[in-house]
Design a protein around this ligand. Structure first.
Ligand SMILES: NC(=O)c1ccc[n+]([C@@H]2O[C@H](COP(=O)([O-])OP(=O)(O)OC[C@H]3O[C@@H](n4cnc5c(N)ncnc54)[C@H](O)[C@@H]3O)[C@@H](O)[C@H]2O)c1
Length: 362
């Protein structure tokens, strides 16, 4: 769903259709700040969502992105079983050119004005240093460096959760979750992908890797004994698992018919170009799909631990539980002949509806 040439009443129509509670437009002339904070749902707790800085071509594109991403965050937190709602923020601009300390701190003042209903973290185009600037103006930020008492880089935790998701898919498909002798193609070997390659190799999987960064490819191949392939070969060779850990929308009408794998499970956000259409196509092609927001929730657990004051041990327990959560979703998908994403969405919606009922009973 996209917003094109919206007039005011159409934006409210969109908010009503998607169930958003609040959208805040943040503007400051001096720092050239143009940001949008979207709070989708706070039934389960304060809305947590990263701040993405991106040079959107149009304001409609920026608004559409923040609405879509914030809604996903609601589902992600709900199905993960944590007491958080869903939100997201975007800052319009090129992070390499337009980002300044003043801009980040001015933006943080808007977060402070929301009195804790929105908590942010790093995302595309923002980094731990930016979170430090935000922290100077508001306490409602997470993902701070460990040196500041924060939870640090979430990527290794995310990778562990993705491994759990892959193992659950193997169990569902082959009756055993052992990775020994199984083949996995990892697309994108950045922060999450590289750790995932290490974890897969530790469990004796045969690992193929692809990335646009040639130097990183050679480094990871040598370090962990992985085999380099091209993006194109992802659709030529047979693998047990395709793990997208780079871009979104790699599962689309063009690619799904060519895939020769049994399972798709990776960290990339929004892997399905169209959630309904391409989820159904995967189902029809007998490809088991682990919903991205379900198995990449390790980073969310890491951020949550900082807010809730949980230990690292608890974060890892929640992350290991992605195995059981994925199995539950896959079983529901199979039993009801619905897509895995629909199964996950229904579980998330049920939890929100159940908790909404007990609110107000204090
Ligand atoms: N870091 C986290 O904790 C986390 C949590 C949840 C979701 N995710 C998602 O997982 C994905 C990976 O995150 P990350 O933190 O590892 O990012 P990253 O930027 O560290 O790594 C991404 C890698 O993908 C590669 N890449 C980019 N375009 C490519 C292409 N066309 N083909 C192949 N490789 C390509 C990049 O060169 C890079 O090595 C992203 O979609 C991110 O949104 C990450």
């Amino acid at each position: 769903m996209t917003i094109n040439n919206q007039e005011d009443h159409e934006i409210f129509k969109q908010l009503s259709q998607w169930g958003h509670q609040k959208v805040v437009f943040c503007h400051d002339e001096d720092t050239n700040l143009k940001a949008i904070i979207a709070i989708h749902d706070t039934t389960l707790g304060p809305a947590l969502g990263g701040t993405r800085m991106w040079p959107y071509k149009t304001e409609a594109e920026a608004l559409n992105d923040v609405l879509r991403l914030s809604k996903t965050m609601t589902y992600k937190a709900a199905v993960a079983g944590v007491n958080l709602g869903g939100g997201k923020a975007i800052i319009i601009g090129d992070s390499r050119i337009h980002k300044t300390e003043a801009l980040m701190r001015r933006y943080a003042r808007f977060i402070q004005n929301l009195n804790g209903s929105f908590i942010t973290a790093e995302e595309l185009g923002t980094n731990p240093r930016d979170m430090e600037y935000i922290r100077m103006e508001t306490q409602y930020v997470t993902g701070l460096p460990e040196s500041m008492g924060g939870s640090g880089d979430p990527s290794p935790v995310t990778a562990r959760g993705v491994l759990m998701g892959i193992k659950a898919c193997l169990k569902q498909t082959f009756g055993s979750d052992s990775l020994t002798g199984r083949s996995v193609a990892v697309q994108g070997i950045g922060s999450v992908g590289e750790t995932l390659v290490r974890l897969l190799r530790e469990e004796n999987a045969k690992v193929y890797i692809t990335d646009i960064n040639e130097e990183q490819l050679q480094k990871v191949a040598k370090k962990y004994g992985a085999e380099v392939i091209t993006n194109h070969s992802l659709f030529e060779f047979e693998f047990d698992v395709y793990a997208p850990c780079a871009l979104g929308a790699t599962l689309n009408s063009e690619t799904i018919g060519k895939l020769k794998c049994s399972i798709v499970a990776g960290s990339a956000n929004n892997q399905l170009a169209d959630e309904t259409l391409h989820g159904k196509m995967l189902l029809d092609h007998d490809i088991v799909y682990a919903p991205d927001y379900l198995i990449n929730a390790g980073g969310l657990f890491s951020a949550y631990s900082e807010i809730a004051g949980y230990s690292r041990k608890r974060t890892m327990q929640l992350t290991e539980n992605i195995y059981n959560a994925t199995l539950e979703v896959l079983k529901k998908s199979k039993a009801e002949n619905i897509t895995a994403t629909q199964a996950a969405n229904e579980l998330a919606e049920k939890r929100i509806a159940d908790i909404r009922k007990i609110k107000g009973s204090y």
